[in-house]
Design a protein around this ligand. Structure first.
Ligand SMILES: *Cc1c(COP(=O)(O)O)cnc(C)c1O
Length: 452
C-alpha cells in the first residue's frame, strides 16, 4: 500500500469559512425562477412570502462568489465536519484496477446524509429572522430528519408532512424526527385545504411528494411566523452543500492529488452541485480540467432522457417554474424503484452546466446499483445508501474501464449517506424480488406533453 494515509481528516482550523457560489463563475447563468401566474422572474418580495429573507437573497444572487459561513453554523459543522475523504484501497484491490479511488463520506451524522449541511443553515436563517418555525415535506425521510435535528438545535418548531406510505412503512425514520421534536403529519392530511381536497377526491390515497409539498407550503403561508424550506434543487441548497467540495478540494491539494473523474448521484442535484463546485469553478475559469459525471436512476432519467425546459417543481403546480432538465411534473417513477433520486426535475445550475456540455450524465439500473452497494459494503465496510450507490456503480465502472485500458486515473465520488434506513430495499435485493423498471418512450411522452 502507498504512503497515503487511509483516512484523511482536515485539521479543525482548516474548515472552509465561506460557501462558494458557483454561479459567480458561470458565463451562462442559470435561468431565473418564474412566477407561474405572470411568467415573470420571481421577485425577492414574492419569494419572501414562502422562504426566509436571507435565503431568498442567496437564491437570487448570481454574482457574489463567497458567502461567509455564520459562526453559529460553523460551530454546528464542527460536530460532524470535516467529513472524511477516504482512499478506497480495499475496493481498488478487489477490482484489480490500476485506478486510485477516493470518496467523501457524508453519512457520519445521525440523519445519515449530506442534507444536514443545508438544514442547519436554513434553520439558522429562520431563527435569525425571528420566525416560530418551518414546514417541509419528506418522502423517504432523510430531509425531514436532517431538518428536525437543525430545528432542535436552534429551538424552532419543525412541521414535517411525510408522504403517507413512507409514514406507515418507515416508522423508525418517523421516531427519529419525533425524538428531535418535530411534528410529523402523514400526507395527505385533513389539516390543510389542499390535503382535504385530495382526500375527498382520492379516498384511501397513500400520498405523493408533490402533494406533501403543497400541504407544507399552504401551512407555512397560512400560519404567522412560519416559512417553507426545501432540501434540494434550489440554488441556496447547492451553495450550502459547497462545503463538501471545498473540503475535498483542500484535502486533494494537501495530498498533491488531482482527481481526473468526479462522480456524484443526482436526485435534485444538491450533493453533486456541492461536491463539484470548486472543481467546476476551475474548469469554468479555464484553470484545470476534470471529467464530471452525474449518475441518475434509469427509472427517473431527468438528464439523460428529459428535456431542457421551464416546468413546475411540484405536482400541485403551485411552486415557481424552473428551467431545468425535466421529465414533466406529472411524471411518477415506478413504485418499484427503491432508492431516492425520484424527483422529475433537476437543479437549474446543473441543468445549465449540462446543457453547456460542462458535465456528463449516465443512468444506471436498480439491480446493478444494489450489486455495487453489496460489493462496496463487503469490501470497504460501510453500508451505503441506495442513492449513494448510484455513484458507487459509476465509480466501479470507471475503475473497470481503467483496468481494461491499463491506465491509472484518480476517480473521486461522493458517498452521500448510509443505508441503515433503507433495509426494506436491501431486503428486496437479497430476496431477489427487486427488478429494473425503465420507462418506455411512450410513457415519457405523456408527462412531457403537459409541460407548461
Ligand atoms: C437526498 C439524498 C440524495 C439526493 O439528493 P440530491 O439533492 O440530488 O443530492 C442522495 N443521497 C442521499 C443519501 C440523500 O439523502
Amino acid at each position: 500500500m502507498s504512503d497515503v494515509p487511509y483516512k484523511t481528516y482536515l485539521p479543525e482550523n482548516d474548515i472552509p469559512t465561506s460557501w462558494y457560489n458557483l454561479r459567480a463563475d458561470m458565463k451562462n447563468k442559470p435561468a431565473p425562477l418564474l412566477n407561474p401566474a405572470t411568467r415573470q422572474p420571481c421577485t425577492a418580495d414574492e419569494l419572501g412570502h414562502v422562504f426566509c429573507e436571507e435565503l431568498v437573497q442567496q437564491e437570487l444572487d448570481n454574482d457574489t462568489k463567497f458567502f461567509p459561513i455564520p459562526k453559529e453554523i460553523s460551530d454546528f459543522y464542527k460536530m460532524y465536519r470535516p467529513s472524511p475523504l477516504v482512499r478506497a484501497y480495499f475496493l481498488e484491490k478487489a477490482l484489480g484496477t490500476p485506478a486510485h479511488i477516493y470518496y467523501k463520506f457524508e453519512g457520519n451524522n445521525t440523519s445519515g446524509s449530506h442534507k444536514l449541511n443545508s438544514s442547519i443553515a436554513q434553520a439558522y436563517y429562520a431563527k435569525k429572522q425571528g420566525l416560530k418555525g418551518v414546514t417541509t415535506e419528506t418522502g423517504a425521510g432523510q430531509w425531514g430528519t436532517a431538518l428536525s435535528m437543525a430545528c432542535a438545535f436552534f429551538g424552532l418548531d419543525c412541521k414535517v408532512f411525510m408522504v403517507k406510505c413512507s409514514y406507515e412503512q418507515k416508522p423508525f425514520r418517523r421516531e427519529v424526527m419525533r425524538t428531535y421534536g418535530a411534528d410529523v403529519t402523514p400526507s395527505p392530511s385533513d389539516t390543510t385545504d389542499v390535503g382535504r381536497r385530495i382526500l375527498a377526491e382520492h379516498p384511501g390515497t397513500t400520498g405523493s411528494l408533490g402533494c406533501a409539498i403543497s400541504e407544507a407550503v399552504e401551512y407555512a403561508v397560512k400560519h404567522e411566523g412560519y416559512r417553507y424550506v426545501l432540501g434540494s434543487v434550489l440554488n441556496q441548497v447547492l451553495l450550502h452543500q459547497s462545503i463538501i467540495g471545498l473540503e475535498a478540494h483542500r484535502a486533494f491539494e494537501r495530498l498533491g492529488v488531482k482527481p481526473d473523474v468526479i462522480i456524484g448521484c443526482a436526485g435534485g442535484g444538491s450533493n453533486l452541485g456541492g461536491l463539484i463546485a470548486p472543481f467546476m469553478g476551475e474548469k469554468l475559469r479555464g484553470e484545470k480540467d476534470y471529467r464530471i459525471v452525474a449518475v441518475e436512476p434509469a427509472s427517473c432519467p431527468s438528464f439523460t432522457r428529459g428535456v431542457f425546459a421551464y416546468d413546475f417543481c411540484d405536482t400541485g403546480r403551485i411552486c415557481p417554474l424552473a428551467k431545468m432538465y425535466t421529465l414533466g411534473a406529472d411524471f411518477i417513477p415506478s413504485a418499484n424503484h427503491a432508492g431516492g433520486l425520484r424527483f422529475h426535475g433537476m437543479s437549474t445550475i446543473l441543468s445549465q452546466l449540462y446543457h453547456d456540455k460542462m458535465m456528463e450524465a449516465v443512468s444506471v439500473e436498480q439491480t446493478a446499483v444494489f450489486e455495487a452497494a453489496e460489493f462496496f459494503a463487503r469490501t470497504e465496510g460501510t453500508l451505503p445508501a441506495p442513492e449513494s450507490s448510484h455513484a458507487i456503480r459509476a465509480a466501479i465502472d470507471e475503475a473497470l474501464r481503467c483496468k481494461r485500458e491499463g491506465i491509472e486515473e484518480n476517480i473521486f465520488f461522493g458517498l452521500t449517506g448510509t443505508g441503515y434506513f433503507d433495509l426494506v430495499a436491501y431486503q428486496k435485493y437479497n430476496d431477489r424480488t427487486m427488478t429494473d423498471q425503465i420507462p418506455t418512450d411512450d410513457e415519457l411522452a405523456v408527462p412531457r406533453a403537459k409541460l407548461p
